[in-house]
Design a protein around this ligand. Structure first.
Ligand code: PAF
Length: 280
C-alpha cells in the first residue's frame, strides 16, 4: 500500500491507474480506524480496482475545539489496518496541503443539513461538504463509501452530489456494532469500559421502540424517557424524520421512509454518541 501525503502525487498515481482503465473507490475517513471503517474499505476493495482511503482530521467540521483536540490520532495503526484490508492508497495530507487558504465556500441544503446535528453543531455539515467536495475533486472516484452510522451525513452528501452534478455513486454501508449493540465509532475509545456498557442501552431502547404500537410522539417520548432513565446517559435530541429529507414527521403515514436519529451524552466527560433506527 502506498502512503501519499501530497495532492499532486495522488493525482498522478490515479491518472496512471485510470489510463489502464481501472475503477477507483474512495473511503473518506478522519483516522482512528475501527471495524466499521474496515467494512467500508473491504467493500470498496471488492467493488473497485483501486481503493483510496483518505485519513484527514478535518478542522473545518469541528465547531468545538475541545472535540478536535481529543479526537484520537493513530496513523500507524490506521495504515496497518488499511494494508490488511487490501487498500492500495492511504492519502494522509496535512491541513496546509488541503487548506492552503481558508475555505470560504458555503454549502446549504436545508432541512437536511440544518436539523439535528446541523442545529446542534453549527457549521459542521458545511465543513463536511468542504472536505468531501475537495476529496471528490482530487480522487474523482467512481464510487465513494460512507457508514450509515452517520445517517444525516450521507443524506447531506447525496444532496451535495446532486447539487454539484458530480457523476459518482454514494454507497451507504450498514452500521457495524459491538456485540453489545453499541454502534462502532472512533469516539468509543474515549469511553471507559463501564461507560461502554451503559452506552449499549441506546440501541437496546431504539430497538425496543420499533415494537411499540403507538403514534410518533408517543414513540419519541418512550425513547427519550427510557434513555434518560439510565444513569450516565442524557439525550440531546431524538428526532423521528423522513429518511431522505430529514424533515420531521408527525404521523407514520407522512412518509414511506422513516428514521429515528438520536444523539446522547454518555459519561462524565461527557462523550457525544450518535445512532439511528429505521422504522420503515
Ligand atoms: O465521517 C467522517 O469521518 C467525516 O465526516 C468525513 C466524511 C471523513 C469527512 O471529514
Amino acid at each position: 500500500m502506498k502512503v501519499i501525503h501530497s495532492i499532486s502525487e495522488l493525482k498522478e498515481t490515479l491518472c496512471a491507474s485510470r489510463r489502464e482503465g481501472k475503477t477507483v473507490g474512495l473511503v473518506p475517513t478522519m483516522g482512528a480506524l475501527h471495524d466499521g471503517h474496515a467494512s467500508l474499505v473491504k467493500r470498496s476493495v471488492a467493488e473497485n480496482d483501486v481503493t483510496v482511503v483518505s485519513i484527514f482530521l478535518n478542522p473545518t467540521q469541528f465547531n468545538d475545539p475541545k472535540d478536535l483536540e481529543r479526537y484520537p490520532r493513530t496513523l500507524d495503526a490506521d495504515c496497518a489496518l488499511l494494508e490488511a484490508c487490501g487498500a492500495q492508497i492511504a492519502f494522509a495530507p496535512s491541513v496546509k496541503e488541503v487548506y492552503p487558504e481558508p475555505d470560504t465556500r458555503v454549502f446549504s441544503y436545508p432541512p437536511t443539513d440544518s436539523v439535528m446535528e446541523g442545529a446542534f453543531r453549527p457549521g459542521h455539515f458545511n465543513g463536511v461538504c468542504q472536505i468531501v467536495s475537495k476529496l471528490f475533486a482530487y480522487v474523482e472516484p467512481d464510487k465513494a463509501y460512507f457508514g450509515e452510522k452517520d445517517y444525516q451525513q450521507i443524506c447531506v452528501i447525496r444532496r451535495m452530489v446532486d447539487d454539484l452534478g458530480l457523476g459518482l455513486e454514494i454507497v451507504a454501508c450498514p452500521v457495524v456494532r459491538e456485540e453489545s449493540g453499541l454502534a462502532r465509532s472512533s469516539r468509543n475509545t474515549l469511553l471507559t469500559e463501564q461507560e461502554r456498557g451503559i452506552a449499549a442501552n441506546i440501541y437496546r431502547v431504539l430497538k425496543e421502540s420499533c415494537h411499540l404500537v403507538a403514534g410518533v410522539q408517543a414513540v419519541h417520548d418512550f425513547v427519550v424517557t427510557k434513555i434518560n432513565a439510565v444513569p450516565g446517559l442524557e439525550v440531546q435530541y431524538f428526532s423521528i424524520v423522513d429518511g431522505n429529507t430529514l424533515a420531521d414527521i408527525k404521523d407514520w403515514k407522512d412518509s414511506e421512509s422513516v428514521v429515528g436519529c438520536i444523539t446522547v451524552f454518555c459519561g462524565s466527560t461527557p462523550i457525544r454518541l450518535i445512532d439511528h433506527i429505521r422504522y420503515k
